[in-house]
Structure formats: C-alpha cells, structure tokens
Design a protein around this ligand. Structure first.
Ligand SMILES: [Zn+2]
Length: 259
C-alpha cells in the first residue's frame, strides 16, 4: 500500500518501484566507514539495512497529486526487466502496480520530473527498445535540468532515453528553479550530479509542512549534495518546507516522522 502524506494543496504518495539488497557488501562500497559509522547510519535509517547487515535499497518514486487535478511524478524508478538499471538492480521494477494501487492512470500524469539521470531514477521514463521505444507517460512533459543533460556522458543513455522524448516533443529542459504547477517547484540542487533537482511541494498553509522530495542520499549528511538539497528548506520559514528522503516521505530535516 503506498505511503501517503498531505503537503499544502497536494497529496504526496510514495511509490516503491522495487526493494532489494545491493549486490556488493556495503563495507566494500564504503571502505572508509567505521563500525561506529555503520551503527550511526543504522540507527538513523533502520530501513536501509537487513538483519544480517546487507544494504537494503528502496527505489522510490513520488506522485504529487494536486488538488487542481494534475499529477506530477518525481522519478521513474529502476524500470522493467531489461531497463538500463537491470544490470545492477536487485529486482525489476513494479511501478505500474504501484500506480494502479494508488489509482493513478499513467495517461493522466502531466509531468515527470527526473531528479537526475542515474539509471535507478529513469527506468520507466521510456520503455521498449529501438523503434518500439516510447515514453511510458504519453501525455507528460519530462522535466530535466539543462545542466543534467549537458553533463550526460553516455551516448547509449542519450539514445535510449532522450531521443524518444525529443521525438515526441516531451523533453522539457529547465534552468534552475521552475514552477511545475500550483505550489510545486523544481529546484536545482547540484552535487550528487551537476543537474540534480528536487521538488518543493506546497504553499505556506499552516500548520501543514511541505516536503521536498529528494533522491539517492539522505538530506542530513554533510556532503555538498545534501547541503544543496537542504538549502531550500533552511532558507524558508518552517511552515514552507521540510525535507524527506528517497526512503520515506517525511523523514529528515524539520519534518516529523510520518503518521
Ligand atoms: Zn543518483
């Protein structure tokens, strides 16, 4: 059952495209982390570790259902079997089932915001290969920061993802903060990638806080990537914003745990 949270004049639904363990031990991936580091990480994010100490990955997308009737999807998950992430993702994605459970018709999605171009965030954006490739959300504009596209180094990914979106005139490049709908902003938050963006949801409708949907890493770590993501929160009054993570909508920053 999708997780749901109210934010301003929108309902944010956390969809889980897939969950599974990373294919390498996490101590290999982060060799400088000490046992104390892992203990802190596990206390902070118990949902990201299995009982036997494996790195548990949750691949989230967020549907922002505006009271005006528009639906904005943030990220497109790991995708189906054979997607660009299939080489390393633990499972194929199940976003269609998650959308169905949330009563969201893919044809009714008006915008798909791709936070960045790592393969676990674009999986369902375009499905099919070659001549059969088509945007999975046929009526959506696909919003990317221009800086992210400019930094893309993979011709294969450009051909597989960007070319079909250009062919249907659905690729929508933006520069910096961009309004996506009533109370919804895309915010350029570089660091994780040059053109990474988050989505700020909601107006100052007290007392409801408004989450920023982030991706890939927690907002409260001390990395430059995290600092850019938390800046939109810290520079706004508390009633305007709080941060949430890929794992759970409502965690981190000023936001209380979801109920
Ligand atoms: Zn990433």
């Amino acid at each position: 059952m999708p997780l749901i949270r109210r934010a301003g004049s929108a309902t944010v639904i956390a969809l889980e495209d897939g969950v599974g363990t990373f294919f390498r031990p996490r101590q290999e991936v982060f060799p400088k982390a000490s046992a104390a580091d892992w203990a802190r990480a596990d206390a902070l994010d118990p949902g990201a570790v299995t009982p036997d100490g494996q790195w548990l990955l949750r691949f989230r997308c967020f549907a922002i259902c505006l009271d005006s009737g528009e639906t904005v999807l943030v990220d497109a998950g790991i995708g189906p079997a054979g997607s660009p992430a299939a080489a390393w993702a633990p499972v194929p994605g199940r976003l269609p089932e998650e959308l169905a459970a949330a009563a969201i018709d893919r044809e009714a999605v008006s915008a798909v915001v791709l936070t960045h171009l790592h393969t676990d965030h674009i999986g369902w954006a375009v499905v099919g290969d070659g001549e059969a490739a088509r945007p999975y959300f046929p009526n959506a504009r696909y919003v990317l920061q221009r800086a992210e596209v400019a930094a893309l180094e993979s011709p294969t990914l450009a051909e597989r993802l960007l070319d079909p979106l250009r062919a249907t005139d659905q690729l929508h490049l933006v520069d910096g903060t961009t309004r996506l709908g009533p109370g919804v902003l895309a915010v350029h938050t570089p660091g994780h990638t040059p053109g990474h963006q988050c989505v700020l949801v909601g107006r100052a409708t007290r007392p409801s806080p408004s989450p920023v949907t982030c991706s890939c890493t927690r907002c409260n770590s001390r990395t430059p990537a995290s600092r850019t993501r938390t800046r939109p929160i810290r520079t706004r009054p508390a009633s305007h914003g709080s941060a949430c993570s890929a794992s759970w909508p409502g965690w981190a920053g000023r936001s209380p745990p979801p109920t």
